[in-house]
Design a protein around this ligand. Structure first.
Ligand code: FAD
Ligand code: SF4
Length: 478
């Protein structure tokens, strides 16, 4: 009888790829995890219990066929593993690096529930597609038939790019417009290199270009070109513009110099440290933590990226203020642990009350406690009166989350319906909006979310665009 290659979780323990020591990784912006070697990937994949109802798959937003590609990896059939993995995910190596697996696939792994430690799904997914790139299995779109219809996509983040890939493979003419000078959206200018190295994103942009997707960069729709211009030029438009309006701080001194927005700070760092761009605000120190006492306000993934960036830039101290406790923070526990290892100090249950100095010198901090649960069941933070103290700071980074820009007024399209939160109202899965031939995907529909959800939206929407184009072609032929 053939040897059973799977179910090894009883004998083999969970193992992640090697993580660089904090001391070594604090000095650069390279990823902190190495890749698996072939034997290790096969070994870790073989821990999968191949359960009949794979909860990992149902909790992956893309419903990746995880048990099957783990089995193929364990048995050395890597090219098939890659084909299967990429059939449901446009950018598996990116998700493998940055999905919060503890909340998605791995958090629902059955062997994790039975106390054996989850299968390292993300690391294996990354390994499969990194190997596919090395071996030349990843190829640009080569549609069998060219279609004459064209689709304009506004936004070159993961949502727009995933839609572009599906449409182009079906032969549609695709143009992607972006106000940045490079594609990738937050993959390029939000998420730091130590989580996702930039060549991993840039090779995907090139792959799309090689497959015939046209990119128009430095094109701010609403300024450089009007939304109506884009609608006139294409048979359909997909809006994938993400959410970029930073939530602000209130309180005395909140407008002081030295209090900056997380997105500006991270973009400057990504440009200067990963692409070697000249960024005047980085050179001048305005958006650079070198030699400074840094305080970051917020407890989400953006805050984690800011604190860890500040450490790498050579801050003298980095503190993170969050108004709830560790158990109730929105950011990934894995990233919080990484930040702590790197020297970040978390001040749980604290919030800024005000700031001292015309150029910030200190944050006036008030201590909080968790009170009764609110309507959502989450305990509300309450101020502990008289608990104020001063936290010295010469750079304060606001990482309090993002909201959508007001697209209908910015673009002069009041007919484009939005929700009361300002996100675009779009039909579930198809992404159809209130305007005929206009679709929307990703964060601009969901609010600030995850890369994997943007990919899911982009893929789903593109399938509906294709079926709408087919229907229109039939009507035109009648
Ligand atoms: C700092 C940070 C860290 C994050 N870390 C993670 C993580 O670790 N894991 C994870 O899964 N998710 C993470 N996220 C969330 C994730 O990045 C987003 O959910 C995802 O990128 C959304 O994709 P999108 O395509 O909808 O939008 P975006 O990635 O925001 O892309 C939108 C694109 O539209 C362009 N655009 C906007 N307006 C216009 C206009 N008027 N004209 C032309 N172009 C325009 C922008 O320039 C941008 O390129 C993070 C977010 C941030 C801010
Ligand atoms: S895409 Fe994300 S959630 Fe799905 S299997 Fe990969 S790492 Fe897990």
């Amino acid at each position: 009888m053939a040897k059973q290659p799977m179910l090894k979780f009883v004998k083999i323990s969970r193992d992640m790829p090697e993580k660089r020591d904090a001391e070594a990784r604090n000095t650069d912006f390279d990823e902190i995890y190495a890749g698996f070697a072939e034997a290790k990937a096969a070994e870790q994949a073989s821990r999968c219990s191949q359960c009949g109802v794979p909860y990992c798959q149902s909790h992956c937003p893309l419903h990746n066929n995880i048990p099957d590609w783990l089995n193929l990896t364990a048995t050395g059939r890597l090219e098939e593993a890659y084909q299967l993995s990429q059939s449901t995910n446009t950018f598996p190596e990116i998700c493998g690096r940055i999905c919060p697996q503890d909340r998605l696939c791995e958090g629902n792994c059955v062997i994790e529930q039975s106390g054996h430690g989850t299968v390292t799904i993300g690391a294996v997914e990354k390994y499969i597609t990194d190997t596919a790139w090395e071996k030349g299995w990843v190829t640009p779109a080569a549609p069998a038939v060219e279609r004459r219809e064209s689709i304009g996509i506004i936004g070159a983040g993961p949502g727009g790019l995933a839609a572009a890939d599906v449409l182009r493979r079906a032969g549609v003419q695709v143009t992607v417009y972006d106000r940045y000078d490079r594609g990738g959206g937050l993959l390029t200018y939000g998420i730091p290199g130590f989580k996702l190295e930039k060549d991993v994103v840039m090779r995907r942009i090139k792959q799309l270009e090689d497959g015939g997707v046209r990119f128009v960069f430095n094109c701010n729709v609403g300024e450089t070109l009007s939304f109506e211009d884009i609608r006139d030029q294409h048979d359909g438009v997909i809006i994938a513009t993400g959410v970029y309006k930073s939530r602000d701080l209130r309180g005395p001194g909140a407008g002081a110099k030295g209090i900056v927005k997380a997105i500006d700070y991270l973009t400057a760092s990504n440009r200067a440290s990963n692409f070697g761009d000249t960024v005047p605000e980085f050179e001048s120190g305005e958006l650079n933590a070198k030699g400074k006492k840094v305080v970051v306000i917020g407890g989400g993934d953006t805050a984690m990226d800011c604190v860890r960036t500040a450490i790498r830039q050579g801050a003298t101290s980095v503190k993170c203020l969050y108004r709830r406790d560790r158990a109730n923070m929105p950011g990934s526990q894995r990233e919080t642990q990484n930040a702590e290892e790197e020297g970040v100090i978390f001040e749980w249950l604290t919030a800024p009350k005000g700031f001292k100095g015309d150029t910030v010198e200190a944050v006036i901090v008030e201590k909080m406690r968790l009170g009764l649960p609110d309507a959502t069941g989450r305990q509300s933070p309450e101020v502990i009166e008289g608990s104020d103290y001063e936290e010295p700071a010469d750079l304060v980074i606001k990482a309090l989350g993002f909201e959508p820009e007001e697209l209908p007024s910015l673009w002069g399209t009041p007919e484009l319906e939005v929700t009361r939160w300002g996100t675009i109202k779009a039909e579930f899965t198809s992404g159809r909006t209130s305007l005929p031939g206009v679709y929307a995907v990703g964060d601009i529909v969901r609010g600030a979310s995850l890369v994997v959800w943007a990919i899911r939206d982009g893929r789903d929407c593109a399938e509906h665009v294709l079926s709408d184009l087919d229907k229109q072609a039939v009507i035109a032929a009648e």
